[in-house]
Ligand binder design. Structure first.
Ligand SMILES: *Cc1c(COP(=O)(O)O)cnc(C)c1O
Length: 390
């Protein structure tokens, strides 16, 4: 493959789409009274709650902080066990550690790549307090089964829906189906606020705790105050954090949310171009879709049939990079990171996730790419697979 690369310029795997109206929305805030948490945050929270069909939403400085807040609100504390998937970004498990809890990794279903409810059930002990399913790539996890297990064992369900804004499960929008649901607004996600995250919930108690946790554990709510020194008075009632989103970011988020339908439609269109192009390539497995769900397609991941190829995943990954295709790998299973290994998590506890990790490559997918970009990716994949075909 010494010839000229398929593309002259590098195509990233994901990036934001910012229009002039997004820029104007931010400028308006910069000229106004509030920079940090003010009316634009409230407006953004309402817009997200309304979009996903939840009663409440609490915005955080990022999705990881939001997950931390959810673990706090769920009452996760020292020694409590929380079951999650290893096939995710480390934040899905780190949020449990922040609260002194213990993440327990349940292996994935090898077809959907999502957490396997059967494995969740097997790992439940009298210390288990919650389950954090992740809607990997945007395809919702098996929520009915997970809710059934949670009900039987009195567990809180916190959905990590960082990939799944706009996805549906059995026709219902992700964001109002579990105790709490987290969305992230990092620039590679469906919509962005620069950094940002949110928890949606229908539970007023969680809502109140989340608000207070986001701001140092402080309240000014007269109904909650234990004392009163005068009109300036507020109380810090538990150890919270400064996890507030700014109005600057929230205004960008609200402006972006207006375009979510277009963004998801474009993602779906590019996915069907990929699926059509790759279905006749034996060496590539395209993503299985659960007929119960509609994915919002954060990521497009191909799985390589390495038996049929003369190179390994690294060879193919590097060859695609040489074609200027911004490939990636999502994810290194969380328990394999050195930090987790040092906590005692061992290779072998989640064989399906570990095997999947060796065989996957994430291809570029974002609404701001063009059909020609998609065609470049397809050409590059075909070129590289042809080269390594046995
Ligand atoms: C992006 C992401 C997060 C964290 O969100 P941030 O806003 O980057 O903190 C958590 N879980 C998953 C699966 C993610 O993709």
């Amino acid at each position: 493959m010494r010839e000229k690369p398929v593309r002259d310029s590098y195509l990233p795997y994901g990036r934001q789409w910012i229009d002039e109206d997004d820029i104007q929305a931010v400028i308006k805030i910069l000229k106004g009274d509030y920079l940090t948490t003010g009316p634009a945050v409230v407006e953004f929270e309402k817009a997200i709650a309304n979009y996903v069909g939840a009663k409440y939403a609490v915005a955080f400085s990022n999705g990881t902080a939001a997950l931390h807040g959810a673990c706090f609100a769920a009452g996760i504390g020292n020694g409590d066990e929380v079951i999650t998937t290893p096939m995710t970004f480390a934040a899905s498990a780190n949020c449990v550690l922040y609260q002194g809890g213990k993440p327990v990794f349940a292996d994935i279903n090898p077809k959907t790549y999502n957490i396997d409810p059967q494995k969740v059930e097997e790992l439940i002990t009298d210390k288990t307090k919650a389950i954090i399913p992740v809607h990997f790539t945007g395809q919702p996890a098996a929520l009915d089964e997970i809710h059934q297990i949670a009900k039987a064992h009195n567990l809180v369900v916190i959905e990590d829906a960082a990939h799944a804004l706009g996805a549906t499960y059995k026709g219902q929008m992700i964001g109002s189906l579990s105790d709490m649901t987290m969305f992230s607004f990092h620039p590679v996600k469906h919509i962005t606020s620069g950094e940002g995250g949110i928890i949606t919930t229908n539970n007023e108690e969680y809502y109140q705790k989340l608000l207070q946790f986001r701001s140092h554990g402080i309240t000014r709510d007269t109904e909650k105050l234990m004392g009163y020194h005068g009109p300036w008075y507020y109380e810090m009632q538990f150890l919270g954090f400064n996890y507030r989103l700014t109005d600057i970011q929230a205004a960008l988020g609200t402006s972006q949310l207006k375009k979510i339908d277009k963004f998801i439609d474009l993602r779906k269109k590019y996915v069907s171009m990929y699926n059509d192009a790759f279905k006749e390539i034996d060496e590539i497995q395209t993503p299985y879709q659960d007929p119960n769900c509609s994915s919002s397609w954060h990521l497009y991941i191909i799985r390589l049939d390495l038996e049929k190829l003369s190179g390994n995943r690294t060879d193919i990954f590097e060859a695609l990079l040489k074609e200027n295709i911004g490939v990636n790998v999502h994810y290194i299973p969380v328990h394999l990171h050195p930090y987790y290994a040092q906590l005692g998590y061992e290779r072998g506890i989640c064989p399906n996730a570990e095997k999947l990790y060796e065989e996957i490559i994430t291809l570029p997918l974002f609404p701001a790419m063009t059909e020609d970009d998609v065609k470049d990716v397809i050409s590059a994949v075909k070129k590289v697979i042809n080269y390594y075909r046995k």
